[in-house]
Design a protein around this ligand. Structure first.
Ligand code: NAI
Length: 393
């Protein structure tokens, strides 16, 4: 089948298997060109198939030779429909890991469920004994707990928010007005994106005795600039991220008896399937990218995650801020960068979009999430969309 991108709003409903594999190969290549690091031997990555979780898995496996067990929620291809990008990424990752003699298995299922937690524990018992790193990198629209399904919402709290934004489907500056969240939406977002499920994971792993001495766990968060505060930091997701930070404190306390630690890593704003869905954020990201690329400080997921491992998490004393967070957004939030972002933000309009924002870069990275617009891939060629994930077949 010749696979073409089909976009609907801020998602693309098709994915290109060869392009996704090329994305994974590029990230592996980046890691291979950098010095190896030590610290992680056996890692569990919850949310391992795209974005930050995938990059974490690649950095751990190819940067430190770690065995990786991943959890993701991705769909295989049907006869007529491509698989999701995360499916193809995982298939490619496992194949490259196998080629290098690295252990890699993936559980495809709902990470929020007890069944998947048990399946993971069984695999660790059988194959790995214990894990020394647990990464929690879920970005999910919903979570089922028993009979109840909770939904996350990306909304301001207590006030309507109107701001410039980027209409991702047309790549035009637009005005976004978002009504405040209801109490149900606030509670739902905290349930889905907060720390409860991470705590449940860590308790289940601890009770099953599959955490190694000095085990480390890290969940990913975002703070961002003041201009996105109403919709992010002070909005529903921000409340969920505060709950995640509270979970880090509790989990850290629980892990102390085995010499373990729990961290929040505050990462940089990047183009991923999750961030494309947040109003205002895509416009901010395209301005930010233009400025950081000009400065030579721009990073993508793999650059961020390799720096997290090699320069923060596995230092003898990981450098944290006053709140105990690892700050991977240090370059993004530097006063110099933010000052330039604000100047561009005030000035930008539809007529002068490319002058202030890296719209082409944003568009390309968005399509690349789904395996399109990747250098060296022949998009006119017939490709097999039925790709197996080795550990699942
Ligand atoms: P993403 O959408 O690329 O990845 C989400 C992952 O979660 C995928 O592997 C997906 O399969 C998995 N997943 C979703 N629902 C699941 C379920 N029910 N069961 C099992 N797996 C499930 O997201 P991204 O952007 O990499 O986000 C990961 C974390 O990083 C989130 O906590 C996010 O808030 C955080 N973060 C993201 C930033 C960004 O700009 N993209 C910036 C800073 C932090």
């Amino acid at each position: 089948m010749v696979v073409e991108p089909k976009t609907r709003g801020f998602i693309c409903t098709t994915a290109h298997p060869v392009g996704c594999a090329a994305n994974v190969a590029r990230q592996i290549d980046y890691v291979r060109k950098h010095p190896h690091f030590t610290g992680v031997k056996k890692a569990l990555i919850i949310g391992c198939s795209t974005g930050y979780g995938l990059a974490t898995r690649i950095a751990a496996a190819f940067g430190a030779g770690a065995s990786t067990l991943g959890v993701a929620f991705e769909r295989p291809a049907s006869r007529t429909r491509t698989a999701t990008a995360g499916w193809y990424n995982t298939a490619a990752f496992e194949r490259y890991a196998q080629e290098d003699g690295l252990y890699a298995k993936t559980v495809m299922g709902d990470a929020f469920s007890d069944a998947v937690k048990q399946q993971v524990i069984d695999i660790i018992h059988k194959d790995l004994g214990k894990v020394d790193l647990v990464i929690y990198s879920l970005a999910a629209p919903r979570r089922a707990v028993g009979e109840t399904t909770y939904f996350s919402a990306l909304k301001p709290v207590g006030q309507t928010f109107t701001s410039k934004s980027l209409d991702v489907s047309k790549m035009e500056v637009a005005t976004a007005t978002i009504e405040p969240a209801t109490q149900e939406e606030i509670d739902g977002t905290v349930k889905v994106m907060g720390g409860e499920d991470w705590r449940w994971w860590m308790k289940a792993l601890r009770d099953a005795d599959v955490l190694a001495e000095n085990a480390v766990t890290t969940a990913y968060s975002y703070i961002g600039p003041q201009l996105t505060y109403p919709v992010y930091h002070d909005g529903t997701v921000g409340l969920a991220k505060r709950d995640l930070a509270e979970a880090a404190r509790q989990i850290g306390g629980d892990l102390a008896s085995i010499g373990g630690h729990a961290y929040i890593s505050v990462n940089k704003a990047l183009v991923t399937q999750a961030s494309a869905a947040i109003p205002v954020v895509p416009l901010y990201i395209s301005i930010l990218f233009k400025i950081m690329k000009a400065q030579g400080t721009h990073e993508g997921c793999i650059e961020q995650m390799l720096r997290l491992f090699s320069q923060k998490l596995y230092l003898p004393t990981p450098p944290t801020d006053a709140e105990g967070f690892l700050r991977m957004d240090d370059w993004e939030l530097s006063p110099d960068v933010q000052e330039k972002v604000m100047t561009a933000w005030e000035a930008i309009s539809n007529e002068d979009l490319p002058a202030y924002a890296d719209i082409d870069g944003y568009r390309q990275e968005f399509y690349q999430l789904f395996g399109f617009d990747v250098d060296g891939v022949d998009y006119a060629a017939d490709v097999d969309i039925q790709i197996d994930i080795p550990s699942l077949s």
